[in-house]
Design a protein around this ligand. Structure first.
Ligand SMILES: [Zn+2]
Length: 269
C-alpha cells in the first residue's frame, strides 16, 4: 500500500517510534481515538514503573494536597527496588490513581498478535484486582510503544492511554496516545529547565490544555532537586489556574462539566 511505503520511508529518517507516529499522522484518528481536551486545563503527574523512589513524589504531592498517577507492572511489583502491593494499596488509599503499565513491562508492539496482547493485559489486570488495586482505567504503555493496531486492541479495556511521545495535548488529542512531557529522567535534548517548565504551564493557562509530566524517580537524571522543583511547578500551575489532577479525576471533572465523556468528548469529523 502506498501510504505504508511513505510510513516506512519516513521511519528510516526520524527518531524512535517514528513509524508509529508517522502512521498516526498520515492515517488520522479513528472515532474511538478522538478526545477533546477538557476545557479547564489540568496538570497531571505520572510516575512510571512503581519503584521505591516514587514515595518521594508521593510526599511532594501530599505536601500540596494533590493526587498523582502511579503506573505499575505486576511482574515488577515487590521486586528489589520496587514498591510492594501493600505500599501501592496505601498510595491508592490516599487517593492517588494506580494505572496499568503492562503485565511484564514488555512493549505492546512486541506481542505476536492482538489475542496474546489482550490475554497478557487480562492476566495483569486480574492480578492487580486480586491484590486490592481495583481495576485501573488508565494505561501507560511500557516504553511508550503503541501502534494503530495496539491502540485498537487496548481500547476496550481502558478509558485512555499515555505514551512517551512529546506534547501538551492542546485542544484535542489521541485518547489512546496521549502525549507527555519528561521530567527529571529521560529529558533528552529538551531544555528541561525550571523556566521552560513554567513556560509550558503558562501556555496552558488559556484553557483546553492537558500537560502530563512523565516521571521516572529512580531513573537516570532524576535527583532530589527534581522533587523540590516538582513542588514549585505544582504551586505555579495552581497560581495560573490549572487544576492538578489524576487522569480519572480530570476526565470525571470534564464529564461533570458536561464537556466530555464517552460521547461528548469525541471530536466530530
Ligand atoms: Zn516503564
Amino acid at each position: 500500500m502506498f501510504i505504508q511505503r511513505i510510513v516506512q520511508a519516513i521511519a528510516k529518517r526520524v527518531p524512535p517510534h517514528a513509524k508509529d507516529r508517522a502512521e498516526e499522522a498520515l492515517l488520522g484518528l479513528r472515532d474511538f481515538e478522538r478526545l477533546a481536551t477538557p476545557a479547564q486545563s489540568a496538570l497531571t503527574i505520572i510516575c512510571d514503573d512503581g519503584e521505591l523512589k516514587d514515595l518521594d513524589v508521593v510526599e511532594v504531592l501530599e505536601s500540596r494536597g494533590v493526587k498523582g498517577v502511579f503506573a505499575v507492572s505486576p511482574d515488577l511489583i515487590g521486586r528489589p527496588g520496587f514498591l510492594s502491593y501493600e505500599q501501592l494499596r496505601s498510595i491508592r488509599a490516599a487517593g492517588h490513581e494506580i494505572a496499568f503499565h503492562g503485565t511484564t513491562h514488555d512493549a505492546f508492539t512486541s506481542f505476536a498478535n492482538t489475542r496474546s496482547l489482550q490475554e497478557a493485559v487480562r492476566d495483569g489486570m486480574r492480578r492487580l484486582h486480586a491484590e486490592g488495586l481495583g481495576a485501573p482505567s488508565t494505561l501507560i504503555y511500557p516504553f511508550g510503544r503503541n501502534s494503530r493496531s495496539v491502540r485498537q486492541a487496548v481500547s476496550g479495556s481502558f478509558d485512555c492511554a499515555f505514551t512517551t511521545w512529546f506534547g501538551l495535548n492542546e485542544k484535542r488529542c489521541n485518547r489512546y496516545a496521549i502525549r507527555r512531557i519528561p521530567f527529571g529522567a529521560y529529558t533528552g535534548k529538551l531544555p528541561a529547565t525550571e523556566s521552560w517548565y513554567r513556560g509550558l504551564i503558562d501556555r496552558c493557562a488559556a484553557g483546553a490544555c492537558w500537560p502530563a509530566l512523565m516521571l521516572h524517580p529512580s531513573g537516570p537524571g532524576h535527583d532530589p532537586s527534581h522533587d523540590e522543583l516538582l513542588g514549585r511547578l505544582i504551586d505555579h500551575a495552581r497560581e495560573r489556574g490549572l487544576a492538578v489532577r489524576s487522569v480519572t479525576a480530570h476526565l470525571a471533572a470534564a464529564t461533570q462539566a458536561g464537556q466530555t465523556g464517552q460521547a461528548a468528548g469525541r471530536v466530530p469529523g
